[in-house]
Write a protein that binds this ligand. Structure first.
Ligand SMILES: *Cc1c(COP(=O)(O)O)cnc(C)c1O
Length: 429
Protein backbone atom coordinates (compact mmCIF):
# COMPACT_ATOMS: atom_id res chain seq x y z
CA UNK A 1 0.00 0.00 0.00
CA UNK A 2 2.92 2.36 0.61
CA UNK A 3 4.97 1.51 -2.50
CA UNK A 4 5.71 4.25 -4.98
CA UNK A 5 4.19 3.75 -8.44
CA UNK A 6 6.89 3.24 -11.05
CA UNK A 7 4.88 4.77 -13.86
CA UNK A 8 2.58 7.77 -14.06
CA UNK A 9 -1.04 7.02 -13.15
CA UNK A 10 -3.42 6.60 -16.08
CA UNK A 11 -5.43 9.79 -16.52
CA UNK A 12 -9.12 9.25 -15.77
CA UNK A 13 -10.19 11.56 -18.60
CA UNK A 14 -8.89 13.27 -21.73
CA UNK A 15 -5.51 14.99 -21.34
CA UNK A 16 -5.72 18.43 -19.76
CA UNK A 17 -4.58 21.08 -22.28
CA UNK A 18 -3.10 23.06 -19.36
CA UNK A 19 -1.10 20.07 -18.10
CA UNK A 20 2.69 20.33 -18.18
CA UNK A 21 4.42 19.03 -21.32
CA UNK A 22 5.22 15.30 -21.45
CA UNK A 23 8.88 15.88 -20.66
CA UNK A 24 8.12 17.94 -17.55
CA UNK A 25 8.82 16.30 -14.17
CA UNK A 26 6.01 13.94 -13.13
CA UNK A 27 4.83 16.01 -10.16
CA UNK A 28 1.37 17.20 -9.34
CA UNK A 29 0.67 20.78 -10.33
CA UNK A 30 0.83 23.19 -7.37
CA UNK A 31 -2.35 24.82 -8.71
CA UNK A 32 -5.23 22.51 -7.82
CA UNK A 33 -7.76 22.08 -10.61
CA UNK A 34 -10.94 24.04 -9.90
CA UNK A 35 -13.48 21.52 -8.64
CA UNK A 36 -17.07 21.18 -9.75
CA UNK A 37 -19.82 22.49 -7.51
CA UNK A 38 -20.97 18.97 -6.49
CA UNK A 39 -17.48 18.10 -5.25
CA UNK A 40 -17.04 21.36 -3.39
CA UNK A 41 -20.42 20.95 -1.67
CA UNK A 42 -19.49 17.47 -0.43
CA UNK A 43 -15.97 18.26 0.80
CA UNK A 44 -15.48 21.98 1.49
CA UNK A 45 -15.00 22.84 5.16
CA UNK A 46 -14.72 19.10 5.81
CA UNK A 47 -12.59 17.50 8.47
CA UNK A 48 -10.86 20.55 9.93
CA UNK A 49 -7.69 20.11 11.97
CA UNK A 50 -9.63 21.24 15.01
CA UNK A 51 -11.56 17.98 14.70
CA UNK A 52 -8.37 15.94 15.13
CA UNK A 53 -8.51 15.05 18.82
CA UNK A 54 -6.66 11.73 18.77
CA UNK A 55 -3.89 12.54 16.35
CA UNK A 56 -4.49 9.38 14.28
CA UNK A 57 -8.08 9.56 13.01
CA UNK A 58 -10.72 12.18 12.37
CA UNK A 59 -14.50 12.12 12.06
CA UNK A 60 -15.65 12.25 8.43
CA UNK A 61 -18.58 14.52 9.31
CA UNK A 62 -17.86 17.86 10.95
CA UNK A 63 -18.72 17.49 14.67
CA UNK A 64 -21.04 19.87 16.52
CA UNK A 65 -18.72 21.89 18.71
CA UNK A 66 -21.38 22.77 21.27
CA UNK A 67 -19.06 24.93 23.34
CA UNK A 68 -19.40 28.57 24.32
CA UNK A 69 -15.72 29.06 25.09
CA UNK A 70 -12.29 27.56 24.33
CA UNK A 71 -9.37 27.12 26.67
CA UNK A 72 -5.74 28.09 25.91
CA UNK A 73 -2.44 26.95 27.37
CA UNK A 74 -0.77 30.26 26.59
CA UNK A 75 -2.20 33.66 27.62
CA UNK A 76 -0.40 35.52 24.82
CA UNK A 77 -1.81 33.19 22.15
CA UNK A 78 -5.22 33.67 23.78
CA UNK A 79 -4.93 37.49 23.69
CA UNK A 80 -3.78 37.42 20.07
CA UNK A 81 -6.65 35.15 19.02
CA UNK A 82 -9.29 37.57 20.36
CA UNK A 83 -8.81 39.90 17.41
CA UNK A 84 -9.03 37.22 14.73
CA UNK A 85 -12.12 36.19 12.77
CA UNK A 86 -10.76 32.64 12.22
CA UNK A 87 -9.03 29.96 14.28
CA UNK A 88 -7.80 29.73 16.99
CA UNK A 89 -11.29 29.96 18.45
CA UNK A 90 -11.88 31.93 21.64
CA UNK A 91 -15.59 32.33 22.24
CA UNK A 92 -18.51 31.18 20.07
CA UNK A 93 -19.92 34.66 19.41
CA UNK A 94 -16.54 35.46 17.77
CA UNK A 95 -16.25 32.16 15.95
CA UNK A 96 -16.82 28.43 16.35
CA UNK A 97 -15.28 25.43 14.52
CA UNK A 98 -18.64 24.06 13.33
CA UNK A 99 -19.79 27.48 12.18
CA UNK A 100 -16.41 28.01 10.53
CA UNK A 101 -16.77 24.78 8.55
CA UNK A 102 -20.10 26.07 7.17
CA UNK A 103 -18.46 29.41 6.35
CA UNK A 104 -15.57 27.72 4.56
CA UNK A 105 -17.97 25.61 2.49
CA UNK A 106 -20.16 28.57 1.48
CA UNK A 107 -17.11 30.72 0.64
CA UNK A 108 -15.85 27.91 -1.61
CA UNK A 109 -19.24 27.50 -3.33
CA UNK A 110 -19.68 31.25 -3.93
CA UNK A 111 -16.02 31.77 -4.94
CA UNK A 112 -15.38 34.21 -2.08
CA UNK A 113 -12.35 34.59 0.21
CA UNK A 114 -14.38 34.08 3.40
CA UNK A 115 -17.91 33.99 4.79
CA UNK A 116 -19.71 34.79 8.02
CA UNK A 117 -22.70 32.74 9.15
CA UNK A 118 -25.49 34.41 11.13
CA UNK A 119 -28.57 33.43 13.10
CA UNK A 120 -30.90 34.28 10.17
CA UNK A 121 -30.90 35.75 6.67
CA UNK A 122 -32.03 39.07 8.14
CA UNK A 123 -29.09 38.85 10.58
CA UNK A 124 -26.67 38.69 7.63
CA UNK A 125 -28.44 41.49 5.74
CA UNK A 126 -28.59 43.71 8.83
CA UNK A 127 -24.92 43.11 9.67
CA UNK A 128 -23.82 43.97 6.11
CA UNK A 129 -26.03 47.07 5.78
CA UNK A 130 -25.13 48.49 9.19
CA UNK A 131 -21.41 47.86 8.59
CA UNK A 132 -21.42 49.89 5.40
CA UNK A 133 -24.12 52.55 5.94
CA UNK A 134 -23.88 55.47 8.35
CA UNK A 135 -26.14 58.47 8.83
CA UNK A 136 -26.04 60.64 5.69
CA UNK A 137 -25.03 57.80 3.36
CA UNK A 138 -27.07 56.91 0.29
CA UNK A 139 -28.04 53.46 -0.97
CA UNK A 140 -29.54 52.47 -4.33
CA UNK A 141 -31.75 49.39 -4.01
CA UNK A 142 -33.84 47.27 -6.31
CA UNK A 143 -37.54 48.01 -5.73
CA UNK A 144 -38.55 44.31 -5.79
CA UNK A 145 -37.04 43.38 -2.45
CA UNK A 146 -37.59 40.75 0.19
CA UNK A 147 -40.07 42.33 2.65
CA UNK A 148 -37.69 42.14 5.63
CA UNK A 149 -34.93 43.88 3.68
CA UNK A 150 -37.35 46.63 2.63
CA UNK A 151 -38.41 47.10 6.27
CA UNK A 152 -34.74 47.27 7.35
CA UNK A 153 -33.94 49.92 4.73
CA UNK A 154 -37.04 51.92 5.73
CA UNK A 155 -35.87 51.79 9.34
CA UNK A 156 -32.36 52.94 8.39
CA UNK A 157 -34.01 55.78 6.45
CA UNK A 158 -36.50 56.90 9.08
CA UNK A 159 -34.51 56.39 12.27
CA UNK A 160 -30.86 56.61 11.23
CA UNK A 161 -30.81 59.20 8.42
CA UNK A 162 -29.71 56.87 5.61
CA UNK A 163 -31.02 57.92 2.17
CA UNK A 164 -32.52 55.27 -0.13
CA UNK A 165 -33.39 55.42 -3.84
CA UNK A 166 -35.35 52.53 -5.34
CA UNK A 167 -34.80 51.50 -8.95
CA UNK A 168 -36.48 48.92 -11.16
CA UNK A 169 -33.42 46.69 -11.20
CA UNK A 170 -33.77 46.19 -14.96
CA UNK A 171 -31.80 49.18 -16.22
CA UNK A 172 -28.13 49.99 -15.47
CA UNK A 173 -28.64 53.57 -16.75
CA UNK A 174 -31.30 54.07 -14.06
CA UNK A 175 -28.73 53.06 -11.42
CA UNK A 176 -26.12 55.42 -12.90
CA UNK A 177 -28.66 58.27 -12.81
CA UNK A 178 -29.54 57.52 -9.16
CA UNK A 179 -25.92 57.69 -7.95
CA UNK A 180 -25.04 60.66 -5.70
CA UNK A 181 -21.69 61.77 -4.24
CA UNK A 182 -22.66 60.04 -0.96
CA UNK A 183 -23.83 56.74 -2.53
CA UNK A 184 -22.12 53.85 -0.74
CA UNK A 185 -24.02 50.75 -1.73
CA UNK A 186 -26.06 49.09 -4.48
CA UNK A 187 -28.43 46.35 -3.25
CA UNK A 188 -29.78 43.66 -5.62
CA UNK A 189 -31.51 40.26 -5.60
CA UNK A 190 -30.54 37.64 -8.21
CA UNK A 191 -34.10 36.33 -8.65
CA UNK A 192 -36.90 38.49 -7.24
CA UNK A 193 -39.87 37.31 -5.23
CA UNK A 194 -42.52 36.29 -6.31
CA UNK A 195 -42.50 37.10 -10.07
CA UNK A 196 -38.98 35.66 -10.70
CA UNK A 197 -37.48 38.72 -12.42
CA UNK A 198 -33.77 38.07 -12.98
CA UNK A 199 -31.23 40.83 -12.33
CA UNK A 200 -28.51 41.62 -14.88
CA UNK A 201 -25.84 41.47 -12.16
CA UNK A 202 -22.78 42.05 -14.40
CA UNK A 203 -24.33 45.18 -15.97
CA UNK A 204 -25.31 46.52 -12.54
CA UNK A 205 -21.96 45.85 -10.84
CA UNK A 206 -20.17 47.53 -13.77
CA UNK A 207 -22.03 50.77 -12.95
CA UNK A 208 -21.31 50.38 -9.23
CA UNK A 209 -17.60 49.74 -9.84
CA UNK A 210 -17.32 52.77 -12.14
CA UNK A 211 -18.62 54.90 -9.24
CA UNK A 212 -16.65 53.16 -6.46
CA UNK A 213 -19.82 51.75 -4.87
CA UNK A 214 -20.10 48.41 -3.08
CA UNK A 215 -22.58 45.89 -4.56
CA UNK A 216 -24.47 43.51 -2.26
CA UNK A 217 -26.52 40.70 -3.86
CA UNK A 218 -29.11 38.55 -2.11
CA UNK A 219 -28.58 35.19 -3.84
CA UNK A 220 -31.11 33.19 -1.76
CA UNK A 221 -33.40 32.16 -4.67
CA UNK A 222 -30.57 31.21 -7.07
CA UNK A 223 -28.02 29.68 -4.64
CA UNK A 224 -24.35 29.36 -5.72
CA UNK A 225 -25.38 26.35 -7.81
CA UNK A 226 -27.25 28.59 -10.27
CA UNK A 227 -25.42 31.91 -9.88
CA UNK A 228 -22.18 33.19 -8.34
CA UNK A 229 -22.59 36.98 -8.08
CA UNK A 230 -18.97 37.56 -6.95
CA UNK A 231 -17.80 36.31 -10.36
CA UNK A 232 -20.12 38.93 -11.89
CA UNK A 233 -18.45 41.76 -9.96
CA UNK A 234 -20.42 41.85 -6.68
CA UNK A 235 -18.53 42.54 -3.43
CA UNK A 236 -20.76 40.73 -0.93
CA UNK A 237 -23.34 37.95 -1.36
CA UNK A 238 -25.99 37.40 1.31
CA UNK A 239 -28.27 34.41 1.82
CA UNK A 240 -31.12 33.24 3.90
CA UNK A 241 -29.71 29.73 4.41
CA UNK A 242 -33.13 28.94 5.91
CA UNK A 243 -34.20 28.36 2.30
CA UNK A 244 -32.31 26.24 -0.27
CA UNK A 245 -28.91 25.97 1.47
CA UNK A 246 -30.36 24.40 4.64
CA UNK A 247 -33.05 22.97 2.39
CA UNK A 248 -35.05 20.89 4.87
CA UNK A 249 -37.41 23.44 6.50
CA UNK A 250 -35.81 22.70 9.87
CA UNK A 251 -33.35 25.53 10.59
CA UNK A 252 -33.23 29.33 10.32
CA UNK A 253 -29.90 30.86 9.30
CA UNK A 254 -28.05 33.32 7.12
CA UNK A 255 -24.62 33.97 5.69
CA UNK A 256 -22.60 36.72 4.02
CA UNK A 257 -19.79 35.82 1.59
CA UNK A 258 -17.01 38.28 0.74
CA UNK A 259 -14.89 39.01 -2.31
CA UNK A 260 -12.08 40.51 -0.21
CA UNK A 261 -10.58 40.03 3.27
CA UNK A 262 -11.13 43.65 4.38
CA UNK A 263 -14.87 43.35 3.69
CA UNK A 264 -14.96 40.14 5.72
CA UNK A 265 -13.12 41.71 8.65
CA UNK A 266 -15.45 44.75 8.78
CA UNK A 267 -18.63 42.66 8.93
CA UNK A 268 -17.04 40.26 11.45
CA UNK A 269 -16.58 43.19 13.84
CA UNK A 270 -20.27 44.08 13.39
CA UNK A 271 -21.42 40.48 14.00
CA UNK A 272 -19.33 40.24 17.17
CA UNK A 273 -20.81 43.55 18.38
CA UNK A 274 -24.42 42.78 17.46
CA UNK A 275 -24.45 39.09 18.43
CA UNK A 276 -26.19 37.72 15.32
CA UNK A 277 -23.91 34.64 15.27
CA UNK A 278 -25.60 31.25 14.80
CA UNK A 279 -25.78 28.50 17.37
CA UNK A 280 -23.32 25.67 16.48
CA UNK A 281 -26.17 23.18 16.08
CA UNK A 282 -27.98 25.48 13.61
CA UNK A 283 -24.70 25.86 11.69
CA UNK A 284 -24.28 22.08 11.67
CA UNK A 285 -27.80 21.46 10.34
CA UNK A 286 -27.18 24.07 7.63
CA UNK A 287 -23.87 22.44 6.63
CA UNK A 288 -25.59 19.05 6.54
CA UNK A 289 -28.12 20.51 4.12
CA UNK A 290 -25.45 22.25 2.04
CA UNK A 291 -23.75 18.93 1.26
CA UNK A 292 -26.65 17.97 -1.04
CA UNK A 293 -27.44 21.46 -2.37
CA UNK A 294 -26.32 20.84 -6.00
CA UNK A 295 -28.25 17.56 -6.12
CA UNK A 296 -31.39 19.18 -4.74
CA UNK A 297 -31.16 22.25 -6.97
CA UNK A 298 -30.99 20.09 -10.08
CA UNK A 299 -34.08 18.22 -8.93
CA UNK A 300 -35.96 21.44 -8.04
CA UNK A 301 -35.22 22.73 -11.57
CA UNK A 302 -36.31 19.46 -13.18
CA UNK A 303 -39.59 19.21 -11.24
CA UNK A 304 -40.34 22.92 -11.74
CA UNK A 305 -39.94 22.44 -15.51
CA UNK A 306 -42.76 19.88 -15.54
CA UNK A 307 -45.04 21.92 -13.26
CA UNK A 308 -44.41 25.21 -15.14
CA UNK A 309 -45.05 23.52 -18.49
CA UNK A 310 -48.35 21.97 -17.35
CA UNK A 311 -49.50 25.22 -15.74
CA UNK A 312 -48.75 27.12 -18.97
CA UNK A 313 -51.11 24.76 -20.85
CA UNK A 314 -53.95 24.88 -18.31
CA UNK A 315 -57.02 26.88 -19.41
CA UNK A 316 -57.56 28.47 -15.96
CA UNK A 317 -54.00 29.84 -15.89
CA UNK A 318 -53.44 33.18 -17.65
CA UNK A 319 -49.66 33.53 -17.11
CA UNK A 320 -46.70 31.58 -15.68
CA UNK A 321 -43.54 33.22 -14.34
CA UNK A 322 -40.44 31.04 -14.23
CA UNK A 323 -36.93 31.78 -15.56
CA UNK A 324 -36.93 28.52 -17.52
CA UNK A 325 -39.79 29.44 -19.84
CA UNK A 326 -38.78 30.42 -23.39
CA UNK A 327 -40.94 33.57 -23.19
CA UNK A 328 -39.40 34.88 -19.94
CA UNK A 329 -39.21 38.68 -20.50
CA UNK A 330 -35.45 38.76 -19.74
CA UNK A 331 -34.47 35.59 -21.60
CA UNK A 332 -31.04 37.06 -22.53
CA UNK A 333 -30.28 37.98 -18.90
CA UNK A 334 -31.40 34.56 -17.64
CA UNK A 335 -29.06 32.85 -20.10
CA UNK A 336 -26.08 35.02 -19.12
CA UNK A 337 -26.59 35.10 -15.35
CA UNK A 338 -28.15 31.76 -14.35
CA UNK A 339 -26.86 28.21 -14.79
CA UNK A 340 -30.40 26.89 -14.29
CA UNK A 341 -33.95 28.22 -13.87
CA UNK A 342 -34.50 27.33 -10.19
CA UNK A 343 -37.46 25.96 -8.29
CA UNK A 344 -39.46 29.15 -7.62
CA UNK A 345 -42.37 29.96 -9.90
CA UNK A 346 -45.54 32.01 -9.88
CA UNK A 347 -48.71 31.89 -11.94
CA UNK A 348 -51.83 33.97 -12.46
CA UNK A 349 -55.29 32.47 -12.28
CA UNK A 350 -57.78 34.06 -14.65
CA UNK A 351 -60.37 33.81 -11.87
CA UNK A 352 -58.49 36.36 -9.72
CA UNK A 353 -58.36 36.46 -5.94
CA UNK A 354 -61.24 34.03 -5.38
CA UNK A 355 -59.68 31.42 -7.67
CA UNK A 356 -56.23 31.81 -6.06
CA UNK A 357 -57.73 31.57 -2.61
CA UNK A 358 -59.60 28.40 -3.60
CA UNK A 359 -56.42 26.91 -5.09
CA UNK A 360 -54.25 27.37 -1.98
CA UNK A 361 -57.04 25.88 0.13
CA UNK A 362 -57.63 23.07 -2.38
CA UNK A 363 -54.14 21.57 -2.57
CA UNK A 364 -53.63 18.40 -0.49
CA UNK A 365 -50.03 17.34 -1.12
CA UNK A 366 -48.57 20.85 -1.42
CA UNK A 367 -48.57 22.81 1.81
CA UNK A 368 -49.84 26.33 2.42
CA UNK A 369 -46.86 27.93 4.14
CA UNK A 370 -44.40 30.82 4.10
CA UNK A 371 -40.71 30.23 3.34
CA UNK A 372 -39.31 28.28 0.39
CA UNK A 373 -36.49 26.08 -0.78
CA UNK A 374 -37.38 22.98 1.23
CA UNK A 375 -37.99 19.43 0.03
CA UNK A 376 -41.77 19.86 0.07
CA UNK A 377 -43.82 21.91 -2.41
CA UNK A 378 -45.23 25.04 -0.77
CA UNK A 379 -47.86 27.43 -2.10
CA UNK A 380 -48.83 30.96 -1.05
CA UNK A 381 -51.31 33.54 -2.32
CA UNK A 382 -49.34 36.80 -1.95
CA UNK A 383 -52.39 39.09 -2.36
CA UNK A 384 -54.20 37.19 0.39
CA UNK A 385 -51.27 36.79 2.81
CA UNK A 386 -47.85 38.51 2.56
CA UNK A 387 -49.21 41.49 0.57
CA UNK A 388 -52.80 41.58 1.89
CA UNK A 389 -52.55 45.24 2.96
CA UNK A 390 -52.11 46.31 -0.69
CA UNK A 391 -55.08 47.10 -2.95
CA UNK A 392 -55.25 45.96 -6.60
CA UNK A 393 -53.46 49.10 -7.81
CA UNK A 394 -50.59 48.76 -5.33
CA UNK A 395 -50.28 45.06 -6.09
CA UNK A 396 -49.92 45.85 -9.79
CA UNK A 397 -47.14 48.35 -8.97
CA UNK A 398 -45.04 45.55 -7.44
CA UNK A 399 -46.02 43.15 -10.23
CA UNK A 400 -48.34 40.89 -8.24
CA UNK A 401 -51.87 40.14 -9.43
CA UNK A 402 -54.93 39.38 -7.30
CA UNK A 403 -54.88 35.89 -8.78
CA UNK A 404 -51.12 35.30 -8.44
CA UNK A 405 -50.01 32.12 -6.66
CA UNK A 406 -46.36 31.57 -5.69
CA UNK A 407 -44.98 28.04 -5.66
CA UNK A 408 -41.78 26.76 -4.08
CA UNK A 409 -41.50 23.56 -6.10
CA UNK A 410 -40.21 20.70 -3.95
CA UNK A 411 -38.43 17.49 -4.91
CA UNK A 412 -41.47 15.19 -4.96
CA UNK A 413 -42.41 13.30 -8.11
CA UNK A 414 -43.68 15.94 -10.58
CA UNK A 415 -46.65 13.73 -11.56
CA UNK A 416 -47.83 13.67 -7.95
CA UNK A 417 -47.48 17.45 -7.65
CA UNK A 418 -49.35 17.91 -10.91
CA UNK A 419 -52.14 15.53 -9.89
CA UNK A 420 -52.56 17.64 -6.73
CA UNK A 421 -52.48 20.95 -8.62
CA UNK A 422 -54.87 19.66 -11.30
CA UNK A 423 -57.54 18.75 -8.71
CA UNK A 424 -57.14 22.16 -6.99
CA UNK A 425 -57.22 24.30 -10.17
CA UNK A 426 -60.54 25.65 -11.48
CA UNK A 427 -61.98 23.63 -14.37
CA UNK A 428 -61.01 26.39 -16.84
CA UNK A 429 -62.40 29.52 -18.39
C1 LIG B 1 -36.31 34.49 3.65
C2 LIG B 1 -35.50 35.53 2.96
C3 LIG B 1 -34.71 36.46 3.67
C4 LIG B 1 -34.70 36.51 5.18
O1 LIG B 1 -34.14 35.37 5.72
P1 LIG B 1 -34.49 34.79 7.19
O2 LIG B 1 -33.64 33.59 7.29
O3 LIG B 1 -35.96 34.52 7.23
O4 LIG B 1 -34.11 35.86 8.16
C5 LIG B 1 -33.95 37.34 2.94
N1 LIG B 1 -33.96 37.36 1.60
C6 LIG B 1 -34.72 36.49 0.88
C7 LIG B 1 -34.68 36.55 -0.60
C8 LIG B 1 -35.50 35.55 1.53
O5 LIG B 1 -36.25 34.71 0.81
Amino acid sequence: MTSTPVSAPIPASAPDPDAPAADAPAVRSAEPRAQAVDTIAVHAGGTAESNDFTGVSRPVAVPIHQASTFTFDDADVFADAMGKPDAPFVYSRYGNPTTHALETAMAALEGGVAALATSSGMGAITAVLTTHLASGDHVVAQRRLYGGTFAMLRDLEQRYGVQVTYVSGDDPAEVAAAVRPNTRLLYLETIANPMTQVCDIPAMTAVARAHGILTVVDNTFATPVLCRPLAHGADIVVHSTTKYVGGHSDVVGGIAVFADPAGHRAVWDRIVESGVNPDPFAAWLTLRGLRTLPLRMRRHCEVAAVVAGRLAEHPAVSAVYWPGLPDHPRRDVVDRVLDGPGGMLAFDLAGGRAAADAFVHGVRLALLAASLGGLETLVVHPAGTSHRQLDAEQLRAVGIGEGTVRVSVGIEDPEDIWADFAQALPAGS
